[in-house]
Design a protein around this ligand. Structure first.
Ligand SMILES: NC(=O)c1ccc[n+]([C@@H]2O[C@H](COP(=O)([O-])OP(=O)(O)OC[C@H]3O[C@@H](n4cnc5c(N)ncnc54)[C@H](O)[C@@H]3O)[C@@H](O)[C@H]2O)c1
Length: 259
């Protein structure tokens, strides 16, 4: 296979969770454009159906499925529907996130709800879909982590805004996702499945000016991320072009964590 062709996702069936969200919509477009047959899944079936319709109108193969990552039976039902339709899954992008905790003083119930989806749910996605890929002898799992799984909060960025109350669950499960990536990379590697993590920086979402100025100055590229920034890295990690890469964390953060 030529090097350039090794980047293609043609003939690969890929499951992307959370495809209607901020980063997810751009990821869906990038993966479909790279040739994947794409299953997009999250809880909101209506939003997903409109993403699938937009991508289908561009000539791409995109199918919407609803599921709840906080419910093992729902994960298993999604797996059954995918296997009935496509037989084998080649790639999984764990992009969904639930943010029930709004700050340091959030309730225990919110913490537990977060971990049900973002920790237990993520582990079960690896267990059920990763095991099926390993049984088939190949596959690639890409976890969408965060720079907030690599470093602690920088409270000084938020001074003068109403954004500075950081939720502890997010730092806990994004940090955990990073090492869970290494766990499953080691477990499934001998059976042909690679597992890697991306750590995006903050997404530009019309944040208050004082925050934007400080955040952008802290990056090397002097800007926040947008919905076209993750696609190339995810396509690469799903594709044969990255066939000897597993267990890594790739910051996609404009240099934020390198400073
Ligand atoms: N937004 C940022 O600035 C930022 C920065 C770094 C990393 N990230 C990471 O990027 C990924 C996407 O973030 P985003 O900001 O685009 O998220 P978002 O909130 O816009 O979208 C999250 C998606 O997850 C889905 N979801 C939530 N609970 C679910 C459940 N129980 N079952 C199935 N799906 C569920 C939602 O339906 C939604 O589609 C996340 O993993 C996030 O941690 C985001």
């Amino acid at each position: 296979m030529s090097t350039i062709n090794s980047f293609s996702l043609q003939d690969k069936v890929v499951l992307l969770t959370g495809a209607a969200g901020l980063f997810g919509r751009g990821l869906a477009a990038a993966l479909a454009e790279a040739g994947a047959t794409l299953v997009i899944a999250s809880r909101n079936a209506d939003k997903l159906r409109s993403v699938a319709a937009e991508e289908t109108a561009r000539g791409h193969r995109v199918f919407a499925e609803s599921f709840d990552q906080g419910d093992e039976a729902s994960i298993l039902a999604l797996k059954t529907r995918i296997e009935e339709r496509f037989d084998v899954l080649h790639g999984l992008v764990n992009n969904s996130v639930l943010r029930p905790m709004k700050g340091a003083g959030g309730s225990v119930a919110q913490w537990e709800e977060s971990l049900r989806v973002n920790a237990t749910g993520v582990m079960l996605m690896h267990r059920h879909f990763g095991e099926a890929m390993a049984a088939a002898g190949s596959g690639s799992i890409v976890n969408i982590g965060s720079i907030q799984g690599m470093i602690g909060p920088s409270y000084e960025l938020y001074e003068g805004t109403n954004m500075g109350d950081m939720p502890p669950d997010y730092f806990f499960h994004k940090g955990g996702m990073l090492n869970l990536t290494r766990f499953y990379a080691a477990l499934y590697g001998p059976r042909g499945v690679r597992v890697n993590c991306l750590a995006p920086g903050g997404f530009f979402n019309h944040q208050p000016e004082p925050f934007l100025k400080r955040y952008c100055e802290h990056t090397m590229l002097n800007r926040m991320a947008d919905d076209s920034d993750l696609g190339g890295a995810v396509v690469f990690l799903l594709s044969e072009a990255s066939r000897y890469i597993t267990g890594v964390n790739l910051p996609v953060d404009g240099g934020y964590t390198a400073k």
